[in-house]
Structures are given as structure tokens and as C-alpha cells.
Write a protein that binds this ligand. Structure first.
Ligand SMILES: C[S@@+](CC[C@H](N)C(=O)[O-])C[C@H]1O[C@@H](n2cnc3c(N)ncnc32)[C@H](O)[C@@H]1O
Length: 277
């Protein structure tokens, strides 16, 4: 009897789980060892303690291009050009590096700029050309600057827009206070629910990225509904963790699609983008 036939015979007996155990152990150990290696390297090379930054794997970036193409009903070639546009934007990269290097809290930030899923936000803004974006949750202002960079390119193409960026922390948004990005960013400090209620212009694109509790995410979408322009796009940075946006989409007769990012060389499993339109 060959080794293969012996294995097949054992697989049909009560001994099968015991026989398979060494292989199963090796598989999980290989996976966990890789995560441990990446985690140990990160502990000593990164300074971040939340809102982690990383690049996407090549495959995840390609899936993001197709995701944006579906959400924006546009060609994937055009989206790929927009992804490349932000990745090659040296002015934005230099601005962010200088802002981080000069920040009081630079000891808790990485010098190297990595956008992760935010390149998808950029491509969405380039494709949809919104006149008014609202972003809740600013932190350093990395996302605000990415959105602003897209708005500045749209303006150069004849479709200007602004982003209202909301954060409860008075120290938030230091990267968003420098020109040319500051010229299209309205930074508002305060609780997002109150700030959304005070908005006096229709919202074409809304991005939830603040307090990621189910209740707060739901309250933001409820608060922004009467402020939305016809055909507005709603995004959530929380879509891989909660079911708030798909439920909201169903209740309001919208479509929903989610993308889950895969970070390159990072222990963090990644976030994603949820879209309702
Ligand atoms: C994940 S960070 C935002 C990341 C940012 N959008 C980016 O692209 O890097 C979450 C932010 O939400 C803010 N936040 C938490 N609760 C909030 C609330 N109730 N209203 C407004 N901002 C809030 C925090 O201060 C924090 O800066």
C-alpha cells in the first residue's frame, strides 16, 4: 500500500484527528510566527499607538481600484490613474512629513507617510467631484489632507469643493492647518453630532471616522440625513466592525458595498471602506 493510500485509509478512521494534528499545528505555528515577527519589528520601528498607518498589499490596492470603480460607476483604468496620482504627489508627501516632524506629538507619529485605504477616499473624490465633503474624526489631519489634495486637483479641473473636518479634540488637525490644503478645509472642533446639526451647506459626501461605537456611528448618519444633497455618498471607516451603514442603506433605499483592506507588513488586520449611495 502506498503512503497516499495509507493516509486516505487513516482519514476514514477515528484516528484521523490525531493523525492530522501535527500538520494543523505546523500551519498555525507558521502563521503565528509570521505575525509575531512583524509585530516585534513594528514595536521597535513604529511610534504609533492608534490610527495606524501602512501601505496596502498590491492585491488589496487592486481590489480597492475595482471597489471605487463600482461605487463611483466609473472605469477602473481611470481609478488606477487617480490612485497613482496621490501616490506620486510629492508636494503632499513633503507637507505631511514636515508637519509630522515639527509636531509637538511627533514622538507618537511615524515620519514615513503611508495612506492605506485613504487612497480610496482620494480616488472617490476625484471620480465624484463633490462640492462639499464632511469628515468626522480628524486626528492629525492625514485624511483631511488627502481629501483636500483631491479637491485641489478637482478645482484645477474646474470642479472646486471644500471639506468640513470635525473633531472633538482641540489638538486635532495640525496637518490640515497649512496651505494650500488649509484653503479648502474648514476645521471644526466639537462633538460631531452637534457640528453636523449646525452645517449650513448641503453635503455631497459624508465620511464617518470619529467615535466608532455603534451608537455614535448610527447617530451621525441620522444627524446628517436632512443635510444630504440629492445623490450624496455616505462612507464609513467602521464598516468592517459594525453593521450600521448597511442597515442604514437598506432603511433609506440605498445600495451598500464594503471593501476590506489588507495592510502590507503590519500586524494590524486592517480597516476598510463602507459606501452607501
Ligand atoms: C480614527 S481618528 C480619525 C482619523 C482620521 N480621519 C484620519 O484619516 O487619520 C478618530 C478621531 O475621532 C475623534 N472623535 C472621537 N469622538 C468624537 C466625537 N464625538 N466627535 C468628533 N470627533 C470625535 C477623535 O478625537 C479622533 O481624533
Amino acid at each position: 500500500m502506498s503512503a497516499t493510500n495509507i493516509r486516505r485509509a487513516i482519514a476514514r478512521t477515528p484516528l484521523a484527528p490525531v493523525a492530522a494534528f501535527p500538520k494543523r499545528l505546523a500551519n498555525v505555528a507558521r502563521h503565528d510566527a509570521r505575525v509575531l515577527r512583524v509585530s516585534a519589528k513594528w514595536l521597535f520601528t513604529s511610534r504609533e499607538h492608534h490610527n495606524y498607518t501602512y501601505d496596502l498589499t498590491a492585491l488589496s490596492r487592486e481590489h480597492l481600484a475595482w471597489y471605487v470603480a463600482a461605487v463611483c460607476d466609473t472605469g477602473v483604468k481611470q481609478v488606477r490613474q487617480h490612485l497613482a496620482e496621490i501616490e506620486k504627489d510629492d508636494q503632499l508627501r513633503r507637507h505631511l512629513e514636515a508637519g509630522i516632524a515639527g509636531a509637538a506629538r511627533r514622538g507618537l507619529a511615524d515620519q514615513r507617510v503611508r495612506y492605506g485605504r485613504r487612497i480610496g477616499w482620494y480616488a472617490i473624490v476625484r471620480a465624484r467631484r463633490p462640492a462639499h465633503i464632511v469628515e468626522t474624526g480628524v486626528d492629525k489631519g492625514l485624511g483631511s489632507c488627502v481629501l483636500a489634495a483631491a479637491l485641489l486637483r478637482n478645482a484645477a479641473d474646474g470642479a472646486p469643493g471644500r471639506v468640513t473636518s470635525l473633531d472633538i479634540n482641540p489638538e486635532a488637525g495640525y496637518l490640515a492647518k497649512v496651505e494650500p490644503y488649509a484653503s479648502v478645509i474648514d476645521l471644526v472642533i466639537g462633538d460631531s453630532i452637534a457640528a453636523i446639526g449646525a452645517l449650513d451647506r448641503p453635503v455631497d459626501m459624508f465620511l464617518h471616522d470619529s467615535d466608532h461605537s455603534v451608537e455614535h456611528e448610527r447617530n451621525e448618519f441620522t444627524a446628517v440625513e436632512p443635510k444630504l444633497a440629492p445623490g450624496a455618498l455616505l462612507l464609513s471607516d467602521n464598516a468592517t466592525k459594525t453593521n450600521v451603514l448597511p442597515k442604514y442603506a437598506e432603511k433609506t433605499g440605498r445600495r451598500f458595498l464594503a471593501y476590506r483592506e489588507t495592510p502590507k507588513a503590519h500586524w494590524f488586520p486592517g480597516d476598510g471602506i463602507g459606501a452607501a449611495w
